[in-house]
Design a binder for this molecule. Structure first.
Ligand SMILES: Nc1ncnc2c1ncn2[C@@H]1O[C@H](COP(=O)(O)OP(=O)(O)OP(=O)(O)O)[C@@H](O)[C@H]1O
Length: 230
């Protein structure tokens, strides 16, 4: 299976403050991987490093090619991020927010109709302003927008933050379907149950280093829990 995303000795820092201290991993097409670790371990920074948001050294490759400095490049090559905080545009309707994802120009399987089928709540609220949606619906909107860019790999940063258990179950169902349609997932989550339901394997970060990894069944072992417990 071909590799979609590859980190080779990646260091990341903000104004000289080092957050990632040289991490290596790869995500293959169609895989589902959970990235876990305590608050401040560097999980979000690992995702935003793909876009060159912190200062990055080392090599990040998408589809086997080293990323340049242009922010749109990873999305254009097939890696999309659903960021923490969702970033819904308040002056645009749900449908307009979704269609923004098309800007990548990639062709593929996702259309307005297919994302509405995945998230029927969005179909019902298609003409409402994006910010009038509930927290769960805004998360679904952020995912729908990311799908419109036809990612080979969808990266999600704490999608369950602040959501009720019933909404989390809906999200798990939708992410399963996305995966069944061939999209790889890289999931940052404090909600370990979500990773256990969705991921094949995990990567654990502690203080900017990759300290453990393995099949998701090992996530519950005491050694791993001690590394990642809040
Ligand atoms: N834009 C930024 N500017 C400066 N420092 C930052 C910035 N973003 C994150 N940091 C710092 O980098 C470190 C790692 O943060 P990061 O958000 O990557 O961790 P995390 O593992 O995702 O944690 P959390 O679960 O709290 O989001 C923290 O010390 C944080 O304060």
């Amino acid at each position: 299976m071909s590799v979609v995303l590859e980190f080779r000795d990646v260091h990341a820092s903000y104004s000289g403050a080092v957050v990632l201290q040289g991490i290596d991993f790869e995500i293959a097409e169609g895989e589902s991987v959970g990235l876990v670790g305590r608050n401040g371990a560097g999980k979000s920074t690992a995702l935003t490093s793909v876009y060159g948001i912190p200062t990055v050294t080392g090599r990040i490759l998408v589809g086997g090619k080293v990323m340049g400095r242009k922010r749109y490049e990873p999305t254009a090559r097939g890696v999309s991020l659903v960021p923490q905080g969702k970033r819904i545009f308040p002056n645009l309707t749900v449908e307009e927010n979704i269609l923004l994802g098309r800007a990548s120009g990639r062709k593929g399987q996702w259309t307005l109709a297919s994302v509405f089928e995945l998230f029927p709540n969005l179909a019902r609220g298609a003409n409402r302003p994006g910010t009038q949606l509930s927290g769960g619906e805004q998360q679904m909107l952020a995912i729908a927008r990311a799908l419109m860019a036809e990612p080979l790999l969808l990266m999600l940063d704490e999608p369950t933050e602040g959501l009720a258990p019933v909404v989390i179950d809906e999200l798990v169902g939708a992410l399963r379907q996305i995966r069944e349609r061939g999209t790889a997932l890289l999931l940052v989550e404090q909600h370990i149950g979500m990773i256990q339901q969705l991921a094949d394997r995990f990567l654990a970060l502690s203080k900017g280093e990759l300290v453990s990894q393995g099949p998701v069944g090992e996530l519950a072992t005491r050694a791993v829990q001690e590394l990642i417990a809040l």
